[in-house]
Ligand binder design. Structure first.
Ligand SMILES: Cc1ncc(C[n+]2csc(CCOP(=O)(O)OP(=O)(O)O)c2C)c(N)n1
Length: 373
């Protein structure tokens, strides 16, 4: 297996991206458009977060990590389940969940994807089989349950997919999940977006020995490493993995090397902590998924500069309408707490919720709190 690590990738200098032979032009342009939409969405949310302080939940932005969600958006079908970690926005959009409901969720509004109660890290959109979770590796362990249930449906071609960072693989639960996937040969795709950091700690200070991709093989889970900012390579590898998982109902892990340009959490720049070198920041910005694909699409004449400007203004218009929707929506009312009871088959839970004393719930969000993210 070709070995990748963050140390050897940053020695590349300028990454030579190529559009593979016979790669569909419309597909290439769609991948670019998805990444640009996600990038602009994140940049605008970052920009809006603090001045007004109307978004109250912690948000983990994903600027620089757009390639995996773009490819999943192309390859996943409605029936597939997608489980994300805390850096959830790209995965949410990958499943075609509505952007305006993401914005409303961050603003804590009743029109949000989860009635404004979950926020960014625990975002879900059940209509599209999308779920995220704040507990590292927690979503992967739930994904294995979905994969097990899919494996019991002989006619189903659907798979479970779970995306997480390198830090999640330090959880015991992660290895229990991998062990079970390998043992039961379940239709699940594990995607590790290895951005080198768990908060401020690089992988070399947290993990010794084999790579994540190599380690899972000892549990009977096949794997591969890729340069995760090359959207065309990511597409080819995920297409192979997903086709195989649909057909032979087996697990696979892709370790995609990428980089988060955003701070670990929230918009304020955390580079002052000095955990990243100037050289690596420069390398990864120059070789980010959006810049790389833009460069090659222009070079190959798949798109012109004017086309990109049109796409940008369409996306900005959409984003403005999402902000308007979120800002003009209502906060959840006290009565709507009952709507949060999703256990419709549990009369006991229904009764307990109805009997709940709600006098202590403070529905008015205070503007002086949660400015720290
Ligand atoms: C079980 C658990 N332990 C600790 C945390 C706190 N925590 C939140 S994000 C994070 C770093 C995660 O790094 P990684 O999994 O690589 O994802 P990234 O943030 O880099 O995308 C930590 C330690 C948590 N959410 N859950």
């Amino acid at each position: 297996m070709k070995k990748f690590s963050h140390k050897n990738i940053s020695k590349i200098g300028k990454y030579k991206i190529k559009i593979p032979k016979r790669f569909d032009k419309k597909l290439a342009n769609r991948l670019f458009r998805f990444m640009l939409r996600l990038r602009i969405c994140e940049l605008y949310l970052e920009k809006e977060y603090h001045p007004a302080d109307q978004m109250k939940c912690p948000v983990h932005f994903c600027v620089g990590e757009e390639a995996i969600p773009a490819v999943l958006n192309e390859l996943l079908i409605e029936e597939d389940f997608l489980f994300s970690h805390h850096r959830s926005h790209g995965y949410y959009l990958a499943k075609n969940a509505p952007m305006k409901k993401l914005f409303a969720e961050l603003y804590g509004k009743s029109s949000g994807a989860n009635s404004g109660i979950a926020g960014s890290m625990d975002l879900s959109y059940t209509k599209k089989n999308f779920f995220a979770g704040a507990i590292l590796s927690g979503a992967a362990s739930i994904a294995i349950g979905a994969a097990l249930s899919l494996s019991l449906k002989p006619k189903s071609k659907a798979i479970a997919v779970t995306g997480f960072g390198d830090g999640a693989t330090e959880e015991g639960l992660f290895w229990e999940t991998i062990n079970y996937a390998g043992l039961k040969k379940l239709p699940i795709l594990f995607i590790c977006e290895n951005n080198n950091y768990s908060t401020y700690a690089p992988q070399s200070k947290r993990q010794a020995g084999m790579s994540i991709a190599e380690r899972v093989r000892s549990f009977g889970v096949d794997s591969k490493q890729v340069f995760g900012n090359d959207v065309f390579i990511v597409y080819q590898e995920l297409k192979k993995a997903i086709t195989k998982a649909r057909k032979s109902r087996t697990p696979f892990l892709l370790e995609a090397f990428t980089y988060r340009q955003s701070s670990h959490v929230g918009p304020p720049n955390d580079e002052k902590v000095k955990y990243k070198s100037k050289k690596e920041i420069k390398f990864w910005k120059k070789n980010c998924p959006v810049a790389l694909s833009e460069r090659v699409l222009l070079m190959k004449n798949f798109l012109k500069k004017t086309d990109i400007n049109v796409i940008k203004s369409e996306i900005k218009k959409e984003i403005k309408s999402c902000f308007d929707y979120a800002k003009n929506s209502e906060y959840p009312s006290l009565n709507s707490w009952d709507d949060l009871n999703l256990s419709h088959n549990s009369p006991l839970a229904d009764k307990l919720l109805l009997d709940l004393d709600k006098t202590d719930f403070d529905i008015e969000q205070q503007t002086e709190v949660s400015k720290g993210f």
